[in-house]
Structures are given as C-alpha cells and as structure tokens.
Design a protein around this ligand. Structure first.
Ligand code: FAD
Length: 513
C-alpha cells in the first residue's frame, strides 16, 4: 500500500507467549536471524501476562513448566505464581536476545498466501510485511469466551472475564458471582472469598479436585540447583517421568482412575462436612474426563457461610438478579466469568487465507485438523504451535511446544535443502492419515469415554485438542519432517507458452514432488 513500509522476512512468528518466544529462541539457535515476532499486546508473556487474577499459578510444577533450554534454579514454589512465570518469560526474551525481533502492538489482522510469489502477506496493526514462513503461536487459551447470557447487556454492575481482570475494581464487601468451575475459577474463589461480602458460584458441572502438593522451594534446594545444575535437570526428569507413566490410565485404561477418584473424594470430605453441599460438589463422570484440578483451598472456601454454590448454570440476568437454569436467583454487584476461551474455534484461523482463497476456519468448518499438530493442507509454509490435538491432560505444555519447535527447525532445514523459492504444502492424504490415527486412539481415552462434555471437544463432539499419547511419542513423531508427506511447491513457471498453459500454471503452483 502506498506510503506503508514494505518489509520481507524469512519467518514471521505470531505471538510472544511460551510458544512464540520458544520459536524465536529456536530460530536464533538454527542461525536464522531474519525473523520478526508479531505481538498484539505491549509486553511478552501471553497467558502469563493476561491472566493476572488473584491466585493465578501454574498447575504443573514449575521445574517442568519451563523451557528445558532455560532452566530456572530459583523457582520460589513448586507451583509458582503468575508474576514469577511472567518475569521468567521476560527474562527469556532478554537472555536470548529476542527483543530486537519483537513488534509489539502488531495484531495480525490477516495473513494471505500469495500463490505467485510463494510468500505470506501479513497485514498487522503496525503495517504490512511479507514472510516466507509463518509460525502461528497465538495460543490455545488466549481469547476469552463469555457466554451470550440474555440480559447481560443491561446488567448495571461490574462484569469481567478471569483473563481480563479489572484491578481497579474493589471487590471488598461486594456481592460477587463467579460463573464457571474450571481451572481459573477454582484458583479465584479461595483467593477472593475473604474479601467479598457474599460469593455465589454458578456451577454447571462440578470438577474433580485433587490435593495440591504446593510448597516453598527451600533456600538449600535453590542453592543446590544453582551450584549443581544437573540437580535441576534431575528434578525435571522425575516430574516428567511420573506424568509420563500416568498417561496410560488416561489414554488406554480409564478404569484404573478409580483410585484417583477416591483421593479426590477424600479431599472434598476433609473440608466439606455438609452432605447437601457434598452432593452438589460430587462429579458424576470419570476423573480426568475434564482437566483434573488441584487445590487445597477450594473446598474450604466453598464451606464458608457467606459462599453459596448454585448447582446450575447461569441462564439469564434480570436487572441485578442472576437467574440459574434451575430457577435459583442471586442479586449481585459484580460478575466474574471464568468461562474459558475460544479453543476449538481458534480465532486466528478466521484470519489466515490459504492457496485456494479459503480461510483456515473455512477449511476447519468440520473441526480442526492438521498434519502432526502443525501444518494444514492448502496452507503452505504455515505452522501452528499448539495446533490441533497437541494439548495435554496431565503434563506440561512446554514439552509439546519444544517438540513442535524441533519440527519447525527441520521444516526450515528441508526448505533450505530443496533450495530456491519453495514451499511445502501437506498432502491431504497425509493429513487425513494422521488424523485418522489420532482419532482412532482417541476412542479409548477418558476424554471421550468418561461421560462428560468438556472444552476438549468441539461443536461436533470431536476431540480436536488433546494428544492421545505420551509426550515421548509426540517427540518422536515430530523429530523430523517427512518430505514425502508434503507437496513441494515451486513458483509458477514464467510461460511464454500457450494461453491455456499460462492459465493452468497460474491457477496452481507446480507440484514437483
Ligand atoms: C490461567 C492458565 C493457567 C495455565 N496453566 C498451565 C499449566 O500449569 N501448565 C500447562 O502446561 N499449561 C497451562 N496453561 C496453558 C497455557 O496457555 C500454555 O501452557 C502456554 O502458556 C501457551 O503458550 P502460547 O505461547 O501457545 O500461547 P499464549 O501464552 O496464549 O500466547 C499467545 C500470544 O499470541 C498473541 N496473539 C494472539 N492473537 C494474535 C494476533 N492475531 N496477532 C498478534 N498476536 C496475537 C497473544 O496476545 C499472546 O501474547 C494455562 C493456561 C491458563 C489460561
């Protein structure tokens, strides 16, 4: 566009959370410096910048929930809080010299594949640029979802989502409604209950809540980790190994989870003495079907006299009165939505336009699908970090991100080997084969057989989010790019030939594979 700066880079990374920063570090390690990181916000951190609600912390131990290439001997707690994780990501951006590559306030509004020039045209809030390869790391839990509740627009009190906490609003003494009982809500409820005047929790489905083995990491431990770095690695290895062994129960033998259910029930019985409340809080589906939550303070908070549990979803709002599906009413001053994110309808997909002129969202209208969780047919040189079926039910997402970074590195190597102006477009048969294998394995998992609905499932009831295996299996599946799974796309030949041939070559790039 006239007057706008035009710039071309080899790789454009979208997002600066764990995924985007990890990709940036990996690119530098591969010797690639011709790249940008496009971030819509004004600082790095993604999840850990946006979720600043009281009580926010990771639920995978910090020594595992961090990059393997950037161990932190100084994690203060086994499950560190949001501020520490955010600071860690800022530190990673500094130490690995990523900052010069980052463009803040650069929301990607559209990415369009140019079939003639074989590059992506990215329109961002700070200008237009082109890139040979796009790495989309916009996050699976990045765009908050607020349900369309009748009457919400005319509610006169305060309303916000857990991922957009309003720190200027003083909750002290207020009548507050918490909507939802997911991972964020169970951290928020105990963190605010002492301050608020009354707290009403709207619960559609009770979660399974296990005890949380959270403690301060002692000075001696931290000293040891600093002096002998292999002890940090050993700690990480142990945390990883335990979770790796647990996976089989989730993916192949859900019936073995009965013992875990007993532990969770005991966790509730310790804190909740009222049988009526216990009945409301007891799940009727297999543990693990929804994400297992960890807390020592959630049940004690719910047992407080000024806390009410409405065992029914929010149906409508009349003035300042919230009405549940079972007719229960509660008058409140503030509503906090802990209702999750756009997960199976990944918002960036609306903005990515592939070789045939269709958006990724159109291509995924029957559900998200990709090759090895990364690439999608018709979208050459476009890769998603934490793409379809790469989520985990019980371990650290950083393990999956780092596997995908291996795949990215090899993808770029393959492009280099092929030489010249070239792109890789996954074959439809390879995408279908991969997804059939994933969905076949999914049939036995607790996420599909456990008797619940969850955010892992899309509108068609298909699980397009979770990886049905161990992180080791995923690491192996993404170690190398099998070029045979891709069409090798070259620029259309410059053709002084017949008009018919020119039209044909313009329509489709040559499949040289
Ligand atoms: C409260 C909470 C707790 C969690 N705890 C854990 C845990 O304990 N263990 C675990 O494994 N996982 C956890 N997760 C999941 C977590 O999201 C991932 O582990 C990880 O942080 C995802 O990193 P990411 O970089 O892919 O995405 P994000 O961290 O979400 O980063 C995405 C980035 O992309 C940017 N972006 C989005 N769209 C655009 C656009 N169009 N243009 C430009 N920039 C854009 C966003 O602003 C954001 O900075 C948690 C999630 C939440 C919400």
């Amino acid at each position: 566009m006239a007057g706008q700066k035009h710039e071309h880079v080899r790789v454009a990374v979208i997002g600066s959370g764990f995924g985007g920063l990890g990709a940036a570090v990996r690119l530098r390690r591969e010797g690639i410096t011709d790249f940008v990181v496009l971030e819509r916000a004004g600082t790095v951190g993604g999840t850990w910048r946006d979720n600043s609600y009281p009580g926010c912390a990771c639920d995978v131990p910090s020594h595992l929930y961090s990059f393997s290439f950037a161990p932190n001997p100084d994690w203060p707690r086994t499950f560190s809080g949001q501020e520490k994780i955010h600071a860690y990501l800022e530190h990673v951006a500094d130490v690995f010299r990523i900052r010069p590559h980052i463009r803040f306030d650069s929301e990607v509004r559209q990415a369009r594949w140019d079939t003639e020039r074989l590059h992506w045209i990215l329109e961002t809030a700070s200008g237009t640029l082109t890139a040979d390869v796009v790495v989309s790391a916009t996050g699976p839990l990045s765009d908050p979802k607020v349900p369309d509740i009748p009457g919400l627009g005319s509610f006169e009190g305060k309303v916000f989502h857990s991922a957009r906490w309003d720190h200027d609003y003083d909750l002290r003494g207020k009548r507050v409604a918490m909507i939802g009982t997911g991972a964020s809500a169970i951290q928020i409820v105990p963190a605010i209950q002492q301050d608020v005047g009354r707290l009403t929790l709207f619960q559609r489905t009770p979660p399974w809540v296990m005890p949380r083995a959270d403690r301060a990491i002692t000075r001696a431990e931290r000293w040891l980790h600093r002096q002998l770095p292999f002890t940090t690695q050993a700690r990480r290895g142990l945390l990883w190994g335990i979770r790796e062994l647990q996976v089989q129960a989730f993916t192949k033998r859900p019936e073995e989870l009965g013992l875990v259910e007993q532990l969770a029930r005991r966790n509730m019985h310790r804190a909740v003495k009222d049988p009526a409340l216990r009945a409301k809080l007891t799940p009727d589906y297999r543990i693990g079907c929804k994400r297992i939550l960890l807390s020592n303070t959630y049940y004690p908070a719910l047992a407080q006299p000024h806390v009410d549990v409405v065992a029914s979803g929010l149906k409508e709002i009349r003035g300042n009165t919230l009405v549940a599906a079972d007719g229960t009413e509660a008058e409140v001053d503030a509503i906090i939505f802990g209702t999750g994110f756009h997960v199976t309808d990944m918002p960036i997909a609306e903005r990515v336009i592939g070789a045939d002129g269709d958006s990724l969202a159109q291509s995924w209208k029957d559900g998200m699908r990709s090759l090895r969780g990364a690439t999608a047919a018709g979208f050459p040189n476009f890769m998603t970090i934490i793409g379809p079926n790469t989520g985990l039910g019980n371990s650290s997402m950083i393990l999956m991100i780092e596997s995908q970074l291996n795949y990215l590195a090899d993808y770029l190597r393959q492009l280099h080997v092929l030489g010249g102006r070239v792109a890789l477009d996954p074959r439809e048969s390879a995408v279908t084969g991969w997804n059939n294998r994933v969905q076949d394995r999914m049939k036995r998992t607790v996420w599909n057989t456990g008797g619940c609905t969850s955010w892992y499932l899309d509108a068609n009831g298909r699980n397009t989010t979770v990886w049905p295996g161990t992180t080791t299996e995923f690491r192996q599946a993404t170690r190398h790019v099998d070029v045979g799974e891709y069409k090798v796309v070259r620029p259309p030949a410059v053709a002084p030939a017949s008009p018919a041939r020119t039209a044909r070559t313009k329509k489709k790039a040559v499949d040289a594979a």
